[in-house]
Design a protein around this ligand. Structure first.
Ligand SMILES: Cc1ncc(C[n+]2csc(CCOP(=O)(O)OP(=O)(O)O)c2C)c(N)n1
Length: 296
């Protein structure tokens, strides 16, 4: 383990800068790739895509208590693209919800860390996900509950294109525009690649921003790179700017981000990481981590 990131993780309570978040995300990619290779199963492409989005939320933005995962006033995150569970597990473990060593049990029989996250078993998981398309509905329910109970927690929902291809998502998008709960944010991890093809081959969403606006959402007009932590922090400023709800931010991301031969490839959605690919890929990820730590 590298000293720079070790030092950062020794005090997860503080708020991290963009550069620090970038180093953490690079480190988490190494852990994810290692673990998925060791276990011979799981989804690298989508987990690598959302690494900066989840790292920034949990290490900069969200109010949570790792020693009280069900704290009523905590901010909620629904990773609606539940197949990227290794991303969520890696963040939650390093944030302190459960031991990092437990990651090695990923998808073993009797492990809490199954292929898709289970809220009943894993501390810190706010919603069980995996069947695409449920996240926005459930998030809306949580946001409406906050309104009814006069609480001011935030609810974030991260979706990929797969969720937005589901009809249920658009029912929830329509309902959210009607009820307008505060502090409800849709974050689109828009990598434009799905399980076995590109967005355009499977079901084009264009123009997503216009679609969400015409449904009545407050859509961020800025183009943000969801693999750049500076951009993600800038998007938080936009979220805090006005009181017009619900809000959506569309982040451009890269599926399989961090390794040249996995980037943008649907074949790396859920492929087993063979030894040869691991040997080449881990060199690229460690180099990126070194570069990010060097500027800390
Ligand atoms: C209802 C449903 N249909 C199909 C699947 C199978 N499936 C798992 S992931 C996926 C594609 C997801 O692509 P995207 O949402 O773009 O996620 P990412 O690229 O971030 O991995 C599909 C079709 C599923 N999990 N749920």
């Amino acid at each position: 383990m590298n000293t720079g990131v070790t030092q950062l993780l020794s005090d997860p309570e503080r708020t991290f800068s963009a550069q620090e978040l970038a180093a953490l995300a690079a480190y988490f990619r190494v852990v994810m790739f290692d673990t998925l290779h060791d276990r011979g199963t799981g989804h690298w492409g989508g987990a690598a895509s959302s690494a900066e989005l989840t790292t920034s939320l949990y290490f900069n933005r969200m109010h949570i208590r790792t020693n009280d995962p069900h704290w009523e006033d905590r901010d909620r995150l629904i990773l609606s693209k539940g197949h990227a569970s290794m991303n969520l597990y890696t963040i939650l473990a390093h944030r302190g919800f459960f031991p990092v060593e437990e990651l090695a049990t990923f998808r073993k029989l009797d492990s809490r860390l199954q292929g898709h996250p289970c809220m009943q078993k894993i501390p810190g998981v706010d919603m069980s996900t995996g069947a695409l398309g449920h996240g926005i509905s459930v998030g809306l329910g949580m946001a409406l509950a906050a309104k009814l109970n006069k609480r001011s927690y935030w609810t974030y929902v991260i979706v990929g294109e797969g969720c937005l291809n589901e009809g249920q998502s658009w029912e929830a998008i329509m309902s959210a525009a009607k009820f307008k709960p505060e502090h409800f944010v849709l974050m689109v991890d828009y990598n434009k690649v799905q399980l076995d093809g590109t967005e355009d081959e499977i079901m084009p969403l264009a123009s997503l921003s216009d679609k969400l606006s015409s449904f009545g959402w407050n859509v961020c007009p800025n183009a943000y790179d969801g693999n750049k932590t500076e951009d993600i922090l800038a998007s938080y400023e936009w979220m805090d700017k006005d009181n017009v709800w619900p809000k959506a931010v569309i982040y451009d991301t890269i599926k399989g981000k961090g390794i040249s031969f996995t980037e943008g490839k649907s074949s790396w959605h859920g492929a087993v990481i063979d030894d040869d690919s691991y040997a080449k890929g881990i060199v690229e990820l460690k180099k990126d981590l070194q570069n990010k730590e060097a500027v800390l």
